[in-house]
Design a protein around this ligand. Structure first.
Ligand code: EPZ
Length: 415
C-alpha cells in the first residue's frame, strides 16, 4: 500500500475545482445494464469508478471513456458478479436491483467496502424479496431470481441510501407501482432518479422521504451529468479552516452545502456563496463546535465526521461528536491522538475532542476513505512531517488529491 508524506504549516489559498460525486456516479453506473446505451459526463477518475467499470465490462456492458465522459453499450448481460470484483466496494450491491430487473436474476458475492463497522445487506435482501424475488444467500453469495418484479409498498426501517437506490433500480421497470416510505433524501439519489426519468422512467418524490416509482415497460438511451461531490467540497473547506487559509471552492452545488456552510460559520470562518462557487476564509484559530451529530441528508453527513474531528482537534474549546450512522467510524480518532490530539472515544460512537494548540506530525494509518482524508487535513496543519499510510483508501473517493492540494499551497507527495 502507498503513502502520503505531508509537511504541515502552509496556509492554503487559491482555487479548488470539485469533481463529480463518487456516491452519485456509482449508482448511475449500476443502472447501465437497464439501458441499451447511455453517456455520462463529469465522471470523477477514482478507483471505485474503475472497479465498477471492470464489473460492467465483466457482465457484458461495453464501456468507452474519453476524459470525464463514459459511454456504454449493453450487449447480452451476464448476471453474475465475481467475488474478486464485488468484494472491492460496497456499491457492488446496487447491481442486485439492476441485474434482477434487466435479466430476471442476479448473483453477487457479499460486497466489500470501507470497514465502518457492521455493514449488513439485510435490508437490500428484504427489499428484493418484497419486490417478488426469490433469494438464496448460501456461502456468502446472494443469488436472486424473479420472472418479473412486482411493485410494492416498502417502509424502510433505516433511511438507507443504498437500499433506496436498489429499490429504485429494481422497480423502474417492475409491474405496477412501488412506494418507498422513509426513503433517504441524498442529492446523489436525485441524480440517479433524474437520470432514469430522462431515460423514460416515472419516478416522483425523490429528495423527500416518500418516493413513488411507476414501473415502465422500457427505458431509452440518454445522457446525464454527475452532480458535484459535496463531500469532497466539504473536505477542502475544512482544509482551509484547519490551516487558517482562504479558498474558492469551484463547480459546487451550493444547495447541497447548506449544513456544511452553517457548521463552518460556527467556527468563525467567513463563507460567501456565489453561483457555483463557495469562498471560505478562516481565522487564525477556529472556535470549536460544542456538539456535532451525524444524520441522513439534509443533516450533518457521516462522510464528513472524520474530517470535522480533525478540525476540532486544534479548535479553541471542546467538541462532542456523535456518530449515528456507522458503528465503526472511529479509528481515525486513535490516529489523530498519535498526532497529539486530545480525543476521548466513548462507545465507538461518541468522541470528546478538546482542542490543542497544534498537532505534531507522526506516522499514521488510514483505515478508510474519509478517515484518510481526516489525516491529510491533520498533517497539513500539524508541525513537522506526517506520513499517512494506505493512501489507496483516499484514492477511492478523491480525484487527484495530491495535485489539488499542491495547487493551493499544501506540501504533500505520494510514495
Ligand atoms: C452510502 O453507503 C454511501 N456510499 C456512504 O459513503 C455513506 O456513508 C452512506 O451512504 C450514508 O450516507 C455510497 O453511496 C456508495 P446506508 P450505504 O445504507 O448505502 C445500515 C463514503 O465514504 N444498513 O445509507 O452503504 C448501515 O449499516 C461512503 O463515501 C443496514 O443495517 O449506507 C448503516 O448503519 C462510506 N442494512 C445505515 O444503514 C442494510 O441492508 C445507513 O447505511 C443496509 C444498510
Amino acid at each position: 500500500m502507498g503513502k502520503y508524506v505531508i509537511t504541515g504549516g502552509s496556509r492554503l489559498s487559491g482555487e479548488v475545482p470539485i469533481s463529480g460525486a463518487k456516491n452519485a456516479v456509482l449508482p448511475v453506473l449500476a443502472a447501465l445494464p437497464l439501458l441499451k446505451e447511455a453517456s455520462i459526463c463529469n465522471v470523477p477518475f477514482l478507483s471505485d469508478v474503475a472497479n465498477t467499470i471492470e464489473i460492467l465490462e465483466n457482465i457484458g456492458v461495453k464501456i468507452t471513456t474519453e476524459g470525464s465522459v463514459i459511454r456504454s453499450e449493453t450487449g447480452i448481460v451476464r448476471p453474475v458478479i465475481d467475488n474478486s470484483l464485488s468484494c472491492k466496494m460496497r456499491s457492488s450491491v446496487l447491481f442486485l436491483g439492476s441485474l434482477l430487473s434487466a435479466c430476471g436474476e442476479a448473483e453477487i458475492s457479499y460486497p466489500g467496502g470501507c470497514a465502518l463497522g457492521a455493514r449488513p445487506v439485510d435490508m437490500h435482501i428484504w427489499a428484493m424479496k418484497m419486490l417478488g424475488a426469490k433469494i438464496n444467500t448460501d456461502d456468502n453469495v446472494i443469488r436472486c431470481e424473479a420472472k418479473r418484479l412486482k411493485g410494492a409498498n416498502l417502509h424502510l426501517p433505516i433511511q438507507s441510501v443504498g437500499v433506496t437506490e436498489n429499490i429504485i433500480l429494481a422497480s423502474a421497470m417492475a409491474e405496477g407501482t412501488t412506494i418507498i416510505d422513509n426513503a433517504a433524501r441524498e442529492p446523489e439519489i436525485c441524480n440517479l432518479c433524474d437520470f432514469l426519468n430522462m431515460c423514460g422512467a416515472d419516478i416522483t418524490g425523490h429528495g423527500t422521504k416518500r418516493i413513488k416509482i411507476k414501473g415502465v415497460s422500457e427505458l431509452h438511451p440518454c445522457s446525464v451529468a454527475i452532480i458535484p461531490d459535496r463531500i469532497e467540497a466539504a473536505t477542502y473547506m475544512i482544509m482551509a479552516a484547519a490551516t487558517g487559509g482562504e479558498l474558492f471552492i469551484k463547480n459546487v452545488n451550493t444547495d447541497h452545502m447548506r449544513v456544511i456552510c452553517a457548521m463552518l460559520r460556527k467556527t468563525g470562518c467567513i463563507i460567501k456563496e456565489y453561483n457555483k462557487t463557495i469562498y471560505i476564509e478562516a481565522p487564525q484559530r477556529i472556535y470549536s463546535i460544542p456538539y456535532i451529530s451525524t444524520a441522513p441528508y439534509p443533516y450533518f453527513p457521516t462522510d464528513v465526521q472524520p474530517q470535522i474531528m480533525a478540525l476540532m482537534s486544534t479548535a479553541q474549546g471542546q467538541s462532542v461528536i456523535k456518530e449515528n450512522i456507522f458503528s465503526g467510524r472511529y479509528k481515525h480518532g486513535d490516529e489523530l491522538n498519535k498526532m497529539g490530539a486530545d480525543i476521548t472515544i466513548k462507545d465507538n460512537r461518541t468522541f470528546i475532542t478538546t482542542g490543542v494548540r497544534s498537532l505534531v506530525g507522526a506516522n499514521v494509518n488510514a483505515w478508510d476513505l474519509r478517515g484518510g482524508a481526516a489525516l491529510i487535513i491533520a498533517g497539513l496543519c500539524a508541525e513537522g512531517i506526517t506520513v499517512v499510510n494506505n493512501k489507496e483508501y483516499v484514492e477511492r473517493g478523491y480525484e487527484s488529491p495530491v495535485s489539488k492540494i499542491r495547487n493551493i499551497g499544501g506540501k504533500i507527495r505520494a510514495l
